[in-house]
Design a protein around this ligand. Structure first.
Ligand SMILES: Nc1nc2c(c(=O)[nH]1)N[C@H]1C(S)=C(S)[C@@H](COP(=O)(O)OP(=O)(O)OC[C@H]3O[C@@H](n4cnc5c(=O)[nH]c(N)nc54)[C@H](O)[C@@H]3O)O[C@H]1N2
Ligand SMILES: Nc1nc2c(c(=O)[nH]1)N[C@H]1C(S)=C(S)[C@@H](COP(=O)(O)OP(=O)(O)OC[C@H]3O[C@@H](n4cnc5c(=O)[nH]c(N)nc54)[C@H](O)[C@@H]3O)O[C@H]1N2
Ligand code: SF4
Ligand SMILES: [Mo]
Length: 696
């Protein structure tokens, strides 16, 4: 028996914890947390522990599959790689020939590492559109922060912080490996904790200040924080004077958001707002952790993210130890979302400007996040602004992940050709013409540099892929050969060497070395003499935005669907619905077939206050309908005192194990994709109206 231990990183979620994999006779037999890892320090969660269950699951797709029985059939037949790739190649080339290369779109779900390779492929093929859920996941933070200060608000320095502000963010479930060690270190050293969340999470219970905000009203709240600090003179005057532009306009604008006015909007007591704002300002350095989903799924996500960046700026917490750091991946333009790969940025202008979404969301021209799915659907449905006829989805269960599932499904069904690449069958792969089986993360070589605070970390494979599974990078290489694209990479090693070139190492060297770290520079603006913004200062008032019809100051916008903006609707749908708080055991719609994880949360649950349920005659554990103006789904009532009586919360991603589960228990059947943030295309899935109905 040959045994070895391989040090790598878990790719089951964004935390990318360090793990040690035991390998016996070419199979992974054990997994442990790696105590030497700079972020996770030995932590591993139940999803990580389920590694072998996932890899060797009997339902895993291990061969290429080709649809038989016509477009509406859901039957597949095993095929050779040669045959399957020929079909893919023929269909992509046929779409290109008939409608142009822009008629082909590749998409990926939340980052599972493929963005650089898919983008390069699209670029060489000639399509500017890489679709991903960035508009509801991190994109608005990137855009709001970049516009304001020239770097993202995504690297809070919790361990050195004296005040930790978690805004719509519950990292205990969503980023345990990446953030919790630092948060706990900060708290042990006495940092204050502020949590802004309609639910009283475990972290909220530990907090010095918990603000139980009405979903979707956060921008008013952050503007009130700003107002309180300005009124009380608690902002960093020296920094504001020297490094910010437009303070007077901001002060005047924010003055509308008095604690009393804001309390009426947000349902948070005025005194609590003032106390939390003061706590943040007087316990510097202070770090803001914005929820990648929590703050990015709002109809005013852009302004919320600008507001949070401004809050950090005027309290002197930008780019300082213990504040929100300015990090730069050592791989620079060749990092995961690096500009070197971006299809749009590297196409000739004429073709690039066809990138879907730019016409309606012109900021995407300047800050190129991937195309929002909601900008791709009209191109499929109605050929607007031009037809998209072939789509490839890599690690993305669009039907369950994206709001308005019925629309998503109908759009994907109507394509001439759909390719899906997934470990398992899903409601999305069911619609595919060809399904290709990817290698598991323990079966592929890669590097990780996203959100790693200036670290680059190797992910060497531990074993060869099971069955006929193949590294997705290799799939693209093979497909490029079939399609006669001789300007794509020729091997996985060449790809990884290319990504690592800025570090001066090859993949062969790096998989031994394993880690690279560039020390974080603080106050980089001092060295450069400016922030990377048009005025060179933090844009508290962003004059330049007027040029693209965006107001220069962040402004609260009431959710389109709410007791305030649509009181008629609220009579029928009296409860506020927020969706998608993370469960530790699942990643989005994944893992529902993994027994050890399913056991932790077998059914979709609606968190509801017992008093609210009592008024409806609903018992704890009773299955009910959750209805919104768009339809209804089945869900189990879960009594919870920790949620506001007028708010209910549903997790997302349930579908597995129930006939037609994608329409019966998938919350995105009833979410909205219309009332988007006009700047970032964010979708309002954190604040909708609903009602709870008894079943019989
Ligand atoms: N209502 C509501 N909906 C939401 C959210 C919410 O908060 N509320 N959150 C949204 C957010 S922020 C996001 S990012 C999206 C996420 O949406 P997705 O990223 O599409 O998430 P999943 O549903 O997990 O689908 C991913 C699929 O990839 C497969 N997979 C996993 N690893 C790999 C791999 O390495 N390679 C390949 N080829 N396949 C793999 C899994 O089996 C799974 O079927 O969901 C969004 N949906
Ligand atoms: N286990 C697990 N981890 C994940 C994921 C997963 O599916 N499972 N998904 C990953 C992805 S792609 C993303 S984008 C991130 C998301 O990361 P986060 O956005 O940090 O997600 P959560 O930790 O659920 O925190 C969101 C919190 O916002 C609260 N909330 C809901 N509505 C509102 C509102 O209107 N205002 C305020 N202030 N709070 C609100 C919810 O109650 C919840 O506690 O998580 C990542 N990590
Ligand atoms: S938190 Fe869990 S799933 Fe995420 S990387 Fe760490 S071990 Fe893997
Ligand atoms: Mo996300």
């Amino acid at each position: 028996m040959t045994t070895k231990t391989v040090r790598t990183i878990c790719f089951e979620c964004h935390s990318r914890c360090g793990v040690l994999l035991d390998v016996e006779n070419g199979k992974v037999t054990g997994i442990r947390g790696d105590k030497t890892h700079p972020h996770s320090h030995g932590y591993i969660c139940p999803k990580g522990n389920a590694c072998m269950e996932i890899m060797y699951h009997p339902e895993r797709i291990t061969q290429p599959l080709v649809k038989v029985g016509g477009k509406d059939s859901e039957r597949f037949e095993a095929a050779s790689w040669d045959k399957a790739l020929n079909i893919v190649s023929e269909n992509l080339l046929a779409a290109k020939e008939k409608y142009g290369p822009e008629s082909v779109v590749f998409g990926s779900g939340t980052t599972r590492g493929m963005a650089p390779y898919l983008n390069r492929f699209l670029n060489r093929f000639g399509s500017p559109t890489f679709m991903a859920p960035s508009n509801m996941s991190g994109g608005p933070i990137a855009i709001g922060a970049l516009v304001t200060c020239g770097f993202g608000l995504v690297d809070p320095d919790y361990a050195e912080s004296r005040c930790i502000l978690l805004w719509a963010h519950n990292p205990e479930n969503s980023w345990p490996g990446l953030y919790m060690h630092d948060i706990n270190t900060g708290l042990k050293k006495g940092a204050k904790l502020i949590v802004v969340d309609p639910r009283r999470t475990r972290l909220a219970k530990k907090a010095d200040h918990w603000l139980q905000v009405r979903p979707g009203t956060d921008t008013a709240l952050v503007l009130c924080f700003i107002n309180v600090l300005i009124q009380k003179g608690l902002y960093d005057k020296a920094f504001v004077e020297k490094w910010c532009s437009g303070f007077d306009q901001l002060a005047k604008h924010a003055a509308q958001y008095t604690p009393d006015t804001t309390s009426k909007i947000t349902w948070v007591p005025a005194a609590d707002i003032e106390a939390a704002a003061e706590c943040f300002a007087t316990n510097g350095p202070a770090a803001i952790g914005p929820g990648m989903g929590g703050v990015c799924q709002q109809n005013d996500a852009f302004d919320l993210c600008r507001g949070l960046t401004i809050l950090s700026a005027i309290t002197g917490n930008l780019a300082v130890p213990g504040g929100n750091l300015q990090c730069q991946s050592p791989t620079r333009k060749r990092s995961c979302y690096g500009s070197d790969f971006d299809s749009y940025l590297n196409l000739p202008k004429e073709q690039a400007k066809k990138k879907l979404g730019i016409d309606r969301f012109p900021i995407l021209e300047f800050i190129p996040i991937p195309s929002p799915p909601q900008a791709v659907w009209p191109a499929i449905e109605a050929g607007k602004p031009y037809p998209v006829r072939a789509v490839g989805l890599f690690a993305n269960n669009s039907v369950c992940a994206y709001p308005n599932s019925l629309r998503v499904r109908n759009a994907l069904r109507s394509l001439d050709f759909l390719l899906a690449v997934d470990y398992f069958h899903t409601p999305t792969t069911a619609l595919a013409d060809v399904i290709l089986p990817p290698a598991h993360w323990a079966e592929r070589d890669d590097v990780e540099d996203l959100l790693m605070k200036n670290h680059v970390i190797a992910q060497p494979k531990a074993v060869e892929p099971v069955g006929d599974c193949r590294d997705e990078k290799q799939m693209l290489i093979d497909l490029a050969v079939k399609m006669g694209m001789d300007d794509y990479w020729k091997s996985v090693e060449e790809i990884l060497d290319y990504r690592l070139e800025p570090l001066g190492v090859t993949w062969a060297q790096f998989k031994v070395k394993q880690r690279h770290f560039n020390p974080i520079k603080h106050r980089m603006y001092e060295e450069k003499g400016r922030f990377r913004t048009p005025s060179g200062k933090v844009e508290l008032y962003a004059e330049f935005l007027k040029g693209i019809n965006i107001q220069p100051l962040p402004e609260y916008r009431e959710p389109a669907e709410s007791p305030v903006s649509s009181p008629e609707l609220a009579r029928d749908f009296p409860l506020v619905l927020t969706t998608g708080g993370r469960l530790l055991g699942y990643y989005h719609s994944s893992h529902r077939n993994i027994a050890s994880l399913k056991k932790r949360a077998p059914d979709p649950e609606l968190q509801i206050h017992p008093e609210t349920a009592a008024k409806l005659g609903v018992e704890n554990g009773e299955w009910v309908y959750l209805a919104t103006p768009r339809g209804k789904v089945e869900i189990k009532a879960l009594f919870d005192e920790n949620i506001h009586p007028d708010v209910v919360h549903s997790h997302h991603g349930f579908w597995y194990g129930v006939k037609d589960g994608w329409k019966r228990i998938n919350i995105n059947m009833v979410t909205d994709d219309e009332n988007m943030c006009p700047v970032t295309a964010s979708v309002p899935i954190k604040s909708l109206l609903c009602r709870v109905e008894k079943m019989a």
